[in-house]
Design a protein around this ligand. Sequence first.
Ligand code: AMP
Length: 421
Amino acid sequence: MDINPIRGMKDLYGLEFRKFQYVVDKSVYVASKYGYQCIETPIVENTGVFQRSLGDESDVVSKEMYSFEDKGGEQITLRPEGTAGVMRAITSNKMFVNENNPLKLMYYGQMFRYDRPQKGRYRQFHQIGLEHIGEKSPYTDVLTIELAVDIFKAIGLNNVKVLVNSLGGSQSRKVYVKALVDYFNKYENELSETSKHRLVTNPLRILDSKELNDIEICQNAPKSRNYLNKEDAEYFEKVLMLLEQCNINYEIDLNLVRGLDYYTHTTFEFRMSLGEYKDALGGGGRYDGLLKMFGGADVSGVGFALGVERLMMLLSNDVVLDSPEKVAVIPVSESEFDVAFRLVRTLLKDGIPTELITGGNSLKKRVELATKRNCGLLLIIGENEINNGTIVVTNTKVSDSEKRNTVVNMKEIIYFLKKNI
Ligand code: AMP
């Protein structure tokens, strides 16, 4: 039996788990202030849920999905992203939404993409995602972006830059795609096989190509911003003006089309503006018609997803090291195990974080074990203490040996601990 996890997947424990929890807790806290509520959708969906909404030609659908046939012959897929499942859930559960009654939903959990594993890129990873569905306005777009910036700040990342672009609505997009086809037709013979195919099926996706030659050709390709009709251009101008007003550190990136088919109007991506880290921390944008595609209301939405592992990589260890100070109850010998056991239960019931240390075959070993487990106050119980009704409390965090040990009356131990933790 191979005891290693599947390639590109890993176990989450110890410090890493605390970082994960920290990132999720802060995000949920900030988003709840903006009026978001959590939703959890299944990790597997019918393959069609992703295929149609993300686009057959997107890298995610064409190359990276974990799709299987289940025992009943259904084609199912481990979710590669969260938006499609949320749209499906809104429709399945008949959640009420229209232009005046927006739904603000947030989720977090595992995503799966069969990509080449490397630093910061896994086959199983976590995303935190938010969707604001119903309202369509530059104000909503900018508040959504500011929410992401607030999440970054809450976890201590103050140097995040926002890249923005606009793909326009369906009318502008049609004109833009035509311009792209005219341009790429001139280079048809030089394009990679995948891009040649996309030229016929979905020309916009050529811009996502990772082939060097394609990337070079794409550099001079027409830019969506130049093909926005008047209304879409005004919408984008307003977004930029509001970003300015909110003092958000942004930059226009005319090549930002994002990898999925459903984006319209504002698209954005988050990157560190200082330091070595170059990969995106997350991204998102506005989407029209996605809910309608699932049989729901014809309303627009805006949302983003953040890569939790990317955020964890940038998080300082210090912020999660501060676990609550724990108490250790250490019986000197086996004769005191029963008393120690009862004391541990009393302290736990009173809300005091406590561990019973019976391992090791000497008092010295047990003290070492307790210190290793980050227990600050050690309650040592021996025969004398039981006879006298006292406990010796050793404070391992104090360097002055005179102040280290205090003899406390057993009856007053809870009062003493609450004062000293
Ligand atoms: P996307 O859904 O592709 O826009 O991705 C949003 C964010 O999720 C990215 O910016 C990354 O932070 C994160 N992400 C996407 N794919 C992976 C992956 N394979 N491993 C780790 N994080 C990922």
